[in-house]
Design a protein around this ligand. Sequence first.
Ligand code: DNO
Length: 343
Amino acid sequence: MTFRWFGSTDPIPLAHIRQIPGVHGVVSALYDVPVGTAWPRERLERLGGEIDAAGLKLAVVESIPVHEDIKLGRPTRDRLIANYCQSIQAMGEVGIAVLCYNFMPVFDWLRTDLAMPLPDGSTALAYDDRALARMDLSRGTGDLPGWAAAYGAGELQALLAAYRDVDAERLWDHLAYFLERVVPVAEESGVRMAIHPDDPPWPIFGLPRIICRGRDLDRLVRLVDRPANGVTFCTGSLGALPDNDLPGMARHLGDIGRIHFAHCRNVRITGERQFHETPHPSGLGGVNLGAVLRALRDTGFSGPMRPDHGRMIWGERGRPGYGLYDRALGATYLQGLWEGLST
Ligand code: DNO
């Protein structure tokens, strides 16, 4: 079992993560290396050393962000892909076996409400496509909830304009171009690539999103049909689409050995392109985590797993979705399920 840690700026110290029963691995990244630059091996070593000193192990890098020029297929992509390969080689040298990344244009995961009150007095992340339509992008990403806000107004408008020429099929071409070059390097370096599904799993702001459904994950693994080209099975992202049969998808991808990382959380769909996050247990949301874990176990999954977003409970304040308490409850719940399946 692993737990995400945002490095020295994370309000949760490694010492607290160490006290969550059964959590031995940490999922982290070098957050201050500019996107597109190769990650220095010494920096990764230092991060790994800090985590080792806390009695844990750096198990997964999440993420090395993919530069927009690669997703746009611009001529600069070759240099950027070479840098990406260097970062993967550095991971291999330091002994980190899994890389979680995504191929979402401009925005990573996105919510329209970071603190939706639930009846029990906790708050959760929520998404509603109608609220998204009211969001104002004219001032850049500064006001948007969710992740490292990155673009000023002019820069964002220019990027959105550049994507007008990139529809879903072109984005697939650009993903294939990237993976054809990166997967062989990952394979040689002993690193498994695990693409994160798009979250939410549909186009936003007119930008294509292509990793949303079972058939997309199938197409992804076939783009470069090598064991190192796999997925992060994120139950929350995929679970926001009612026609995604998560246990079936997990079974299929697990059978062919392409699930390299599992993100486990739960969501409740409340309308068309509208959902909110819930506590992890199956009975409290729309995702049957018991059935997903059963599929993972039946197909021999042995990779890292982490509890994904939690609610804010017990008065905790912190990084939306990434508080300590509810994720720790998730970690123990998931281990209970797993133990139940193993006995
Ligand atoms: C959200 C995360 C994502 C994920 C990236 C992977 O909480 O699961 O931001 O880290 O999409 O590249």
